[in-house]
Ligand binder design. Structure first.
Ligand SMILES: Nc1ncnc2c1ncn2[C@@H]1O[C@H](COP(=O)(O)OP(=O)(O)O)[C@@H](O)[C@H]1O
Ligand SMILES: [Mg+2]
Length: 331
Protein backbone atom coordinates (compact mmCIF):
# COMPACT_ATOMS: atom_id res chain seq x y z
CA UNK A 1 0.00 0.00 0.00
CA UNK A 2 1.31 3.42 -0.87
CA UNK A 3 1.16 6.45 1.43
CA UNK A 4 -1.53 8.99 0.43
CA UNK A 5 -0.34 12.21 -1.13
CA UNK A 6 -2.25 15.45 -0.57
CA UNK A 7 -1.24 18.36 -2.80
CA UNK A 8 -2.08 21.94 -1.87
CA UNK A 9 -2.82 23.85 -5.04
CA UNK A 10 -3.41 27.53 -5.58
CA UNK A 11 -3.87 29.24 -8.89
CA UNK A 12 -2.24 32.45 -7.70
CA UNK A 13 1.05 33.28 -5.95
CA UNK A 14 1.42 35.01 -2.62
CA UNK A 15 -1.99 34.27 -1.16
CA UNK A 16 -0.82 32.18 1.79
CA UNK A 17 -0.90 28.59 0.53
CA UNK A 18 2.55 27.59 1.73
CA UNK A 19 1.70 29.08 5.10
CA UNK A 20 -1.50 27.00 5.15
CA UNK A 21 0.43 23.82 4.33
CA UNK A 22 3.08 24.62 6.95
CA UNK A 23 0.44 25.04 9.67
CA UNK A 24 -1.54 22.00 8.51
CA UNK A 25 1.61 19.86 8.66
CA UNK A 26 2.53 21.10 12.14
CA UNK A 27 -1.04 20.53 13.38
CA UNK A 28 -1.11 17.00 11.94
CA UNK A 29 2.14 16.32 13.80
CA UNK A 30 0.73 17.95 16.94
CA UNK A 31 -2.27 15.61 16.77
CA UNK A 32 0.02 12.59 16.49
CA UNK A 33 -0.10 11.99 12.74
CA UNK A 34 3.32 11.42 11.25
CA UNK A 35 3.67 13.54 8.11
CA UNK A 36 6.23 14.06 5.35
CA UNK A 37 6.14 17.41 3.54
CA UNK A 38 7.72 17.66 0.10
CA UNK A 39 8.68 21.05 -1.28
CA UNK A 40 8.07 20.86 -5.04
CA UNK A 41 7.94 24.62 -5.50
CA UNK A 42 11.28 25.79 -6.95
CA UNK A 43 10.77 28.95 -4.87
CA UNK A 44 11.34 26.66 -1.85
CA UNK A 45 9.44 28.91 0.58
CA UNK A 46 8.30 25.95 2.67
CA UNK A 47 11.89 24.76 3.05
CA UNK A 48 13.05 28.19 4.20
CA UNK A 49 10.27 28.14 6.83
CA UNK A 50 11.25 24.72 8.17
CA UNK A 51 15.05 24.74 8.24
CA UNK A 52 17.51 27.32 9.52
CA UNK A 53 19.81 29.27 7.24
CA UNK A 54 23.00 27.35 8.02
CA UNK A 55 21.33 24.04 7.23
CA UNK A 56 19.89 25.55 4.06
CA UNK A 57 23.25 26.75 2.87
CA UNK A 58 24.65 23.32 3.52
CA UNK A 59 21.80 21.60 1.63
CA UNK A 60 21.99 23.86 -1.36
CA UNK A 61 25.73 24.34 -1.78
CA UNK A 62 27.60 21.33 -0.36
CA UNK A 63 28.24 18.49 -2.83
CA UNK A 64 27.74 15.08 -1.21
CA UNK A 65 27.09 11.54 -2.41
CA UNK A 66 23.60 11.76 -0.95
CA UNK A 67 20.58 13.53 -2.47
CA UNK A 68 19.43 16.08 0.05
CA UNK A 69 16.89 18.05 -2.01
CA UNK A 70 14.14 16.97 -4.40
CA UNK A 71 16.12 18.26 -7.39
CA UNK A 72 19.22 16.28 -6.38
CA UNK A 73 17.09 13.12 -6.05
CA UNK A 74 15.34 13.32 -9.43
CA UNK A 75 18.16 14.81 -11.49
CA UNK A 76 19.69 11.46 -12.61
CA UNK A 77 16.27 10.12 -13.68
CA UNK A 78 15.64 13.06 -15.94
CA UNK A 79 19.05 12.46 -17.51
CA UNK A 80 18.37 8.79 -18.12
CA UNK A 81 19.79 7.38 -14.87
CA UNK A 82 18.34 6.04 -11.63
CA UNK A 83 16.47 7.91 -8.91
CA UNK A 84 18.68 8.74 -5.91
CA UNK A 85 17.33 8.07 -2.45
CA UNK A 86 16.47 11.46 -0.95
CA UNK A 87 17.47 12.21 2.63
CA UNK A 88 14.71 13.88 4.59
CA UNK A 89 15.19 16.47 7.32
CA UNK A 90 13.60 15.46 10.63
CA UNK A 91 11.94 18.74 11.71
CA UNK A 92 10.04 17.31 14.69
CA UNK A 93 9.04 13.88 16.04
CA UNK A 94 6.17 13.58 13.58
CA UNK A 95 7.28 16.04 10.92
CA UNK A 96 9.81 15.36 8.15
CA UNK A 97 10.74 17.44 5.11
CA UNK A 98 12.11 16.67 1.66
CA UNK A 99 13.73 20.05 0.97
CA UNK A 100 13.02 22.08 -2.14
CA UNK A 101 15.60 23.60 -4.41
CA UNK A 102 15.58 26.32 -7.04
CA UNK A 103 17.40 23.83 -9.30
CA UNK A 104 14.09 21.99 -9.72
CA UNK A 105 12.95 24.66 -12.20
CA UNK A 106 15.47 23.26 -14.72
CA UNK A 107 13.45 20.02 -15.00
CA UNK A 108 10.36 21.62 -16.53
CA UNK A 109 11.46 20.70 -20.09
CA UNK A 110 12.46 17.10 -19.33
CA UNK A 111 9.10 16.48 -17.65
CA UNK A 112 7.25 18.16 -20.53
CA UNK A 113 8.97 15.77 -22.97
CA UNK A 114 8.34 12.63 -20.90
CA UNK A 115 4.56 13.20 -20.92
CA UNK A 116 3.90 12.52 -24.65
CA UNK A 117 6.60 9.81 -24.67
CA UNK A 118 4.47 7.77 -22.24
CA UNK A 119 2.06 7.22 -25.13
CA UNK A 120 4.80 5.81 -27.37
CA UNK A 121 5.19 2.17 -28.37
CA UNK A 122 8.86 1.60 -27.58
CA UNK A 123 10.40 0.88 -24.19
CA UNK A 124 8.36 3.05 -21.86
CA UNK A 125 10.54 2.61 -18.78
CA UNK A 126 12.36 5.96 -19.12
CA UNK A 127 9.39 8.30 -19.61
CA UNK A 128 7.44 6.54 -16.85
CA UNK A 129 10.43 6.74 -14.53
CA UNK A 130 10.53 10.48 -15.17
CA UNK A 131 6.78 11.02 -14.73
CA UNK A 132 6.70 9.06 -11.47
CA UNK A 133 10.03 10.21 -9.99
CA UNK A 134 8.34 12.54 -7.46
CA UNK A 135 5.98 9.78 -6.37
CA UNK A 136 8.70 7.14 -5.94
CA UNK A 137 10.96 9.65 -4.18
CA UNK A 138 8.19 10.64 -1.74
CA UNK A 139 7.02 7.07 -1.10
CA UNK A 140 10.53 5.91 -0.31
CA UNK A 141 11.14 8.85 2.06
CA UNK A 142 7.71 8.39 3.71
CA UNK A 143 8.51 4.75 4.45
CA UNK A 144 11.88 5.65 5.95
CA UNK A 145 10.37 8.57 7.91
CA UNK A 146 7.48 6.36 9.09
CA UNK A 147 4.99 8.92 7.71
CA UNK A 148 1.30 8.09 7.29
CA UNK A 149 0.60 11.06 5.05
CA UNK A 150 2.54 13.06 2.45
CA UNK A 151 1.87 16.74 1.71
CA UNK A 152 3.15 18.35 -1.51
CA UNK A 153 3.65 22.09 -1.83
CA UNK A 154 3.78 23.24 -5.47
CA UNK A 155 4.14 26.55 -7.31
CA UNK A 156 1.10 28.44 -8.64
CA UNK A 157 1.07 27.21 -12.24
CA UNK A 158 -0.09 24.37 -14.48
CA UNK A 159 3.35 23.48 -15.85
CA UNK A 160 5.02 20.11 -16.35
CA UNK A 161 6.52 19.94 -12.84
CA UNK A 162 3.09 20.42 -11.33
CA UNK A 163 1.54 17.90 -13.70
CA UNK A 164 4.08 15.31 -12.49
CA UNK A 165 3.24 16.30 -8.90
CA UNK A 166 -0.48 15.89 -9.57
CA UNK A 167 0.01 12.50 -11.22
CA UNK A 168 1.48 11.47 -7.85
CA UNK A 169 -1.47 12.96 -5.96
CA UNK A 170 -4.41 11.24 -4.30
CA UNK A 171 -6.15 14.36 -2.91
CA UNK A 172 -6.02 18.03 -3.88
CA UNK A 173 -6.68 20.89 -1.48
CA UNK A 174 -7.54 24.04 -3.43
CA UNK A 175 -6.56 27.37 -1.91
CA UNK A 176 -8.36 30.46 -3.14
CA UNK A 177 -8.16 34.16 -2.58
CA UNK A 178 -11.87 34.48 -3.37
CA UNK A 179 -11.36 37.26 -5.90
CA UNK A 180 -12.22 37.51 -9.59
CA UNK A 181 -8.88 35.98 -10.54
CA UNK A 182 -9.48 32.93 -8.34
CA UNK A 183 -12.94 32.39 -9.81
CA UNK A 184 -11.49 32.36 -13.32
CA UNK A 185 -8.53 30.24 -12.27
CA UNK A 186 -10.89 27.63 -10.80
CA UNK A 187 -12.11 26.87 -14.33
CA UNK A 188 -8.58 26.34 -15.60
CA UNK A 189 -7.74 24.24 -12.58
CA UNK A 190 -10.88 22.09 -12.86
CA UNK A 191 -10.19 21.46 -16.55
CA UNK A 192 -6.52 20.65 -15.87
CA UNK A 193 -7.35 18.08 -13.18
CA UNK A 194 -9.99 16.39 -15.34
CA UNK A 195 -7.63 16.35 -18.33
CA UNK A 196 -4.56 15.11 -16.44
CA UNK A 197 -6.55 12.40 -14.68
CA UNK A 198 -7.85 10.90 -17.93
CA UNK A 199 -4.53 11.47 -19.75
CA UNK A 200 -2.70 9.58 -17.01
CA UNK A 201 -5.21 6.70 -17.24
CA UNK A 202 -4.55 6.53 -21.00
CA UNK A 203 -0.81 6.45 -20.39
CA UNK A 204 -0.90 3.72 -17.74
CA UNK A 205 -3.19 1.66 -20.02
CA UNK A 206 -0.55 2.05 -22.75
CA UNK A 207 2.16 0.62 -20.48
CA UNK A 208 1.23 -3.05 -20.70
CA UNK A 209 3.78 -4.61 -18.37
CA UNK A 210 5.01 -1.82 -16.11
CA UNK A 211 8.39 -2.61 -14.57
CA UNK A 212 7.60 -0.54 -11.49
CA UNK A 213 4.68 0.53 -9.30
CA UNK A 214 2.69 3.45 -10.71
CA UNK A 215 0.62 6.07 -8.88
CA UNK A 216 -3.10 6.03 -9.63
CA UNK A 217 -3.27 9.73 -10.46
CA UNK A 218 -6.60 10.00 -8.63
CA UNK A 219 -6.29 13.77 -7.88
CA UNK A 220 -9.57 13.78 -5.98
CA UNK A 221 -10.50 17.28 -4.79
CA UNK A 222 -10.58 17.19 -0.97
CA UNK A 223 -12.16 20.63 -0.67
CA UNK A 224 -11.09 24.24 -0.70
CA UNK A 225 -9.77 26.81 1.72
CA UNK A 226 -10.69 30.41 1.00
CA UNK A 227 -9.08 33.55 2.33
CA UNK A 228 -11.25 35.66 4.53
CA UNK A 229 -9.53 38.80 3.33
CA UNK A 230 -6.81 39.59 0.87
CA UNK A 231 -3.43 39.40 2.59
CA UNK A 232 -3.05 43.01 1.55
CA UNK A 233 -6.38 44.76 1.75
CA UNK A 234 -6.19 46.67 -1.50
CA UNK A 235 -9.92 46.64 -2.13
CA UNK A 236 -13.00 47.12 -0.01
CA UNK A 237 -14.06 43.97 1.84
CA UNK A 238 -17.46 44.24 0.12
CA UNK A 239 -15.93 43.55 -3.31
CA UNK A 240 -13.98 40.62 -1.92
CA UNK A 241 -17.11 39.12 -0.36
CA UNK A 242 -19.00 39.39 -3.65
CA UNK A 243 -16.46 37.13 -5.47
CA UNK A 244 -16.11 34.82 -2.51
CA UNK A 245 -19.86 34.18 -2.54
CA UNK A 246 -19.52 32.74 -6.04
CA UNK A 247 -16.92 30.15 -5.01
CA UNK A 248 -19.32 27.29 -4.04
CA UNK A 249 -21.20 27.44 -7.36
CA UNK A 250 -18.04 27.84 -9.46
CA UNK A 251 -16.30 25.02 -7.62
CA UNK A 252 -19.11 22.71 -8.69
CA UNK A 253 -19.43 24.08 -12.22
CA UNK A 254 -15.74 23.32 -12.68
CA UNK A 255 -16.33 19.68 -11.79
CA UNK A 256 -14.48 19.86 -8.47
CA UNK A 257 -17.43 18.56 -6.42
CA UNK A 258 -20.53 16.55 -7.16
CA UNK A 259 -22.47 17.54 -4.04
CA UNK A 260 -25.48 19.82 -4.47
CA UNK A 261 -25.14 23.11 -2.60
CA UNK A 262 -26.45 26.58 -3.20
CA UNK A 263 -25.39 28.56 -0.12
CA UNK A 264 -22.35 30.60 0.92
CA UNK A 265 -18.85 29.30 1.65
CA UNK A 266 -19.59 29.38 5.40
CA UNK A 267 -21.99 26.43 5.12
CA UNK A 268 -20.36 24.62 2.21
CA UNK A 269 -19.29 21.05 3.07
CA UNK A 270 -16.52 21.45 0.45
CA UNK A 271 -15.08 24.42 2.33
CA UNK A 272 -12.40 23.06 4.66
CA UNK A 273 -11.78 26.45 6.26
CA UNK A 274 -12.00 30.18 5.84
CA UNK A 275 -8.47 31.40 6.42
CA UNK A 276 -8.32 34.41 8.71
CA UNK A 277 -5.81 37.18 8.47
CA UNK A 278 -3.63 36.50 11.51
CA UNK A 279 -2.02 39.96 11.51
CA UNK A 280 0.84 40.36 13.99
CA UNK A 281 0.95 36.64 14.81
CA UNK A 282 2.34 36.00 11.33
CA UNK A 283 5.54 37.97 11.87
CA UNK A 284 5.93 36.71 15.46
CA UNK A 285 5.69 33.11 14.27
CA UNK A 286 8.18 33.65 11.44
CA UNK A 287 10.58 35.29 13.84
CA UNK A 288 10.27 32.42 16.32
CA UNK A 289 10.43 29.77 13.59
CA UNK A 290 7.25 28.22 14.94
CA UNK A 291 3.67 27.78 13.78
CA UNK A 292 1.40 30.59 15.01
CA UNK A 293 -0.54 28.26 17.28
CA UNK A 294 2.65 27.16 19.08
CA UNK A 295 3.83 30.63 20.12
CA UNK A 296 4.56 30.98 23.82
CA UNK A 297 4.73 33.91 26.21
CA UNK A 298 8.54 33.85 25.77
CA UNK A 299 7.98 34.52 22.03
CA UNK A 300 5.92 37.60 22.90
CA UNK A 301 2.50 35.94 22.79
CA UNK A 302 1.06 37.68 25.85
CA UNK A 303 -2.43 39.03 26.57
CA UNK A 304 -4.43 39.52 23.40
CA UNK A 305 -1.68 37.78 21.42
CA UNK A 306 -1.91 34.79 23.74
CA UNK A 307 -5.65 34.58 23.08
CA UNK A 308 -5.02 34.89 19.33
CA UNK A 309 -2.59 31.95 19.58
CA UNK A 310 -5.29 29.84 21.23
CA UNK A 311 -7.80 30.86 18.56
CA UNK A 312 -5.29 29.91 15.84
CA UNK A 313 -4.83 26.52 17.54
CA UNK A 314 -8.59 25.87 17.39
CA UNK A 315 -8.81 27.10 13.78
CA UNK A 316 -6.05 24.81 12.50
CA UNK A 317 -7.19 21.86 14.61
CA UNK A 318 -10.65 22.18 13.09
CA UNK A 319 -9.19 22.48 9.59
CA UNK A 320 -7.05 19.36 10.04
CA UNK A 321 -9.97 17.37 11.47
CA UNK A 322 -12.09 18.44 8.53
CA UNK A 323 -9.35 17.45 6.08
CA UNK A 324 -8.79 14.08 7.76
CA UNK A 325 -12.51 13.37 7.63
CA UNK A 326 -12.43 14.02 3.87
CA UNK A 327 -9.42 11.80 3.16
CA UNK A 328 -9.69 9.49 6.17
CA UNK A 329 -10.47 6.29 4.29
CA UNK A 330 -7.16 6.60 2.54
CA UNK A 331 -4.98 6.91 5.62
N1 LIG B 1 -3.54 33.71 7.23
C1 LIG B 1 -2.62 34.66 7.00
N2 LIG B 1 -2.72 35.84 7.62
C2 LIG B 1 -1.80 36.82 7.38
N3 LIG B 1 -0.76 36.72 6.56
C3 LIG B 1 -0.60 35.56 5.92
C4 LIG B 1 -1.51 34.47 6.09
N4 LIG B 1 -1.11 33.44 5.32
C5 LIG B 1 0.03 33.88 4.69
N5 LIG B 1 0.34 35.14 5.03
C6 LIG B 1 1.50 35.90 4.52
O1 LIG B 1 1.34 36.06 3.12
C7 LIG B 1 2.60 35.94 2.44
C8 LIG B 1 2.53 34.90 1.35
O2 LIG B 1 2.29 33.65 1.95
P1 LIG B 1 2.73 32.26 1.31
O3 LIG B 1 2.21 31.21 2.23
O4 LIG B 1 4.18 32.21 0.98
O5 LIG B 1 1.87 32.31 -0.05
P2 LIG B 1 1.83 31.38 -1.37
O6 LIG B 1 2.37 30.05 -1.00
O7 LIG B 1 0.39 31.36 -1.76
O8 LIG B 1 2.68 32.07 -2.39
C9 LIG B 1 3.63 35.61 3.50
O9 LIG B 1 4.31 36.79 3.86
C10 LIG B 1 2.81 35.11 4.67
O10 LIG B 1 3.43 35.32 5.91
MG1 LIG C 1 3.99 29.05 -1.84
Amino acid sequence: MSVSVVTFFNPKAGIGKTSLLYHTAWMLAELGHSVLVVDLDPQATLTTRLVDEDTLEDLWTQETDRARTVAQAVEPVLKGGELREADFVRVADYLALLPGDVALAAFEDALAQAWPQCLGDGDLLRPFQAMTAFWHMAQSAATRADAELILFDVGPNLGAINRAALVATDHVVVFLAGDLFSIQALRTLGAALTGWRSDWTKRTANYKNPRMALPSGAMVPAGYVVQQHEVRLTRPVRVHTRWRDRVPAEYRTCGLAKTEFTGYVEGDPECLAIMKHYRSLVAMAQEAGLPMFALRAADGALGAHGRAVQAAYSDFKELVEHLLARIGDHL
